[in-house]
Structures are given as C-alpha cells and as structure tokens.
Design a binder for this molecule. Structure first.
Ligand code: CA
Length: 228
C-alpha cells in the first residue's frame, strides 16, 4: 500500500526533525520545507496528502499560504501555531485549514490529529477489499460485487477468486490455487480446481457475459485479467 505523504513546512529545524521522526515512525512518507515561498511550486508539482503548516515562516507566512492553497486545492492543512495571539488570528480568519495544533504540542497527539484529518478526508482504510475492473471482493463481509450487484459464491469459489484477485495477471498453477484455498482436500486437486473455476466462470459470465475475466493459461494454470 502506498504510504501517505505529509509535507512539513517549519523553519525551526529542531521542531521539524522531531515531527518528521514521529511521522516516519507512524508509517508516513515525509518531506520538509523551511521556507514559505517554496511551498506552492512544490505542491503544484507533487501534491502531498496533508500539509503541516507553521504560521511564522521566512518567505511567506502560513496564513497567506493557506489562503493561496485554497484557491486551487482542497488538500488537508493543519496549522501549527506558536502563540495564543497567532491562534486568535488563525481562528479569526477564514483560512480553510482543516485543523490547528498549538505549540508546544505532544507529538503523539499531533500524529493522532493528522490521522483523524486524513480519515475524515479519505474515509476508513479498507485493506481487506480487493478490486479489479468491475469486481470487488470484501473479505470482512465475505461479499463479492460485480458492477454493484452481489455475486453468490461457495466458500471454495470465494477463496479462489480472492487468490486470483490479489495478484491480477499472475498465472497460478492448480497446485498453488489448491494450497491457498483453505480446507482443501489435496487428493485429485487438479480436477477439483478445474470444477471450481468452471463454476466460478459460469456465475461471473451470467453477470458479465463474454468478459472472460478468469483465463486459462495452457499448460500452466489460471490467471485473472484486469484489462478489458
Ligand atoms: Ca516558525
């Protein structure tokens, strides 16, 4: 999974380093700018997932930056304020920031605030959801949807589809597929896998006629194609 990218804009290198270390430990990709006037060109070229923006900055201040960014982007901004007077200004102006954090702050709380803003923006993470083309498989709900309609599968068919969907375009041998489908009896597995695949195809074909999503690779096994 791609790491979320946080841009820190902070001219005090000691603070920036502490923030960076905490965010890296929390699993984020982090970049850092120490001047306000470098921010707009950078985010136009490579927009981060969220900006932590200090207010007092050389080049251009954080409030001015926030206003400018909002003219072309809705990317999440958390403002870092040093003093109560700054906070008053931040709150008094309609800057469009998503949250603010007062210095000195607890890095742990900062990470929690960042995660909360990102969750609000992007929705909860669904690592158990696999998708290819019109198919989506939700492991938690044990549900497969094709173009929004539910596809009813047996546990073996569900397991097979899950393995194929996890790595589209990779060819799996029948043995590999059998080994990955839980509760499988290995005796005569080739024929059993062929039968499950045949049934799975029949069900999928009824919903997406002529798509041939699961392909036979002669002499090797099967693959799920995600190009149509
Ligand atoms: Ca500063």
């Amino acid at each position: 999974m791609r790491k979320q990218h946080i841009l820190i804009v902070e001219d005090e290198s000691k603070i920036a380093r502490v923030i960076r270390d905490y965010l890296v430990n929390a699993g984020f990709q982090v970049s850092w700018l120490d001047r306000g006037d470098k921010v707009i060109p950078l985010i136009k070229q490579d927009p981060p997932d969220l900006i932590l923006l200090d207010v007092m900055l050389p080049g251009k201040d954080g409030m001015e930056l926030c206003r400018e960014i909002r003219k072309f982007s809705l990317l999440p901004i958390i403002i870092l304020t040093a003093k109560a007077e700054e906070l008053d200004r931040v709150l008094g102006l309609e800057l469009g920031a998503d949250d603010y954090i007062c210095k000195p702050f607890s890095p742990r709380e900062m990470v929690a605030r960042i995660k909360s803003v990102l969750r609000r923006i992007t929705g909860p993470p669904c690592p158990e959801k696999l998708m290819a083309g019109p198919i989506s498989l939700d492991e938690n709900r044990h549900q497969v949807l094709i173009a929004g309609q539910e596809l009813k599968l047996t546990p073996s068919e569900f397991g097979l589809l899950k393995v194929l969907l996890a790595q589209p375009n990779r060819v799996f041998s029948r043995g590999e597929l059998a080994a990955q489908v839980q509760g499988y009896n290995f005796e005569g597995y080739e024929r059993t896998i062929d039968t499950h695949i045949k049934n799975l195809r029949k069900k999928m074909d009824a919903m997406l006629p002529g798509w041939e999503i699961i392909q036979t690779v002669y002499g090797l096994g099967y693959k799920l194609t995600d190009s149509y």
